[in-house]
Design a protein around this ligand. Structure first.
Ligand SMILES: [Fe+2]
Ligand SMILES: [Fe+2]
Length: 135
């Protein structure tokens, strides 16, 4: 999952965090393709889950500060994704799933791309306008 400028929201911190998310997802894809040990894969999954939570908190803070009107809907999307990733971590750790298969990879990749291109860009634009309105 490679970063490209089309994913840029224009908010520096958000973009840096998105890059790190892409990086972690790529590690997950590479690791599972190589057939890395379960411990290695589950470590990446846990790191991804943790970083996701940090990142979502950053965005939610921006939304609250700028009184973004669709905060609740956006938060629900974040919570849904976090729950799903945590569920995967759990299933993986408990041996209920043994590989990060195409469905999982597809879900994570598609969700992130869709969410960034739609919702996150909207938040960044709203935040920028809010900042400008203060000038
Ligand atoms: Fe985001
Ligand atoms: Fe978001």
């Amino acid at each position: 999952m490679l970063w490209s400028t089309e994913y840029e929201t224009g908010h520096l911190r958000v973009d840096e965090q998105h890059k790190e998310l892409f990086n972690l997802v790529q590690q997950l894809l590479d690791g599972s393709l190589r057939g890395d040990d379960k411990d290695v894969i589950s470590h990446i999954l846990v790191t991804l889950a943790g970083y996701t939570v940090t990142h979502f908190a950053t965005e939610e803070e921006l939304m609250i500060r700028s009184e973004y009107p669709r905060l609740e809907e956006h938060q629900m999307q974040h919570d849904g994704f976090t729950d799903e990733v945590l569920r995967l971590v759990d299933l993986y750790k408990n041996g209920k799933i043994t590989s990060v298969d195409d469905t999982i990879k597809g879900f994570i990749v598609e969700w992130l791309k869709d969410h960034i291109m739609g919702r996150d860009k909207e938040v960044a634009e709203h935040y920028k306008q809010w900042l400008e309105s203060l000038e």
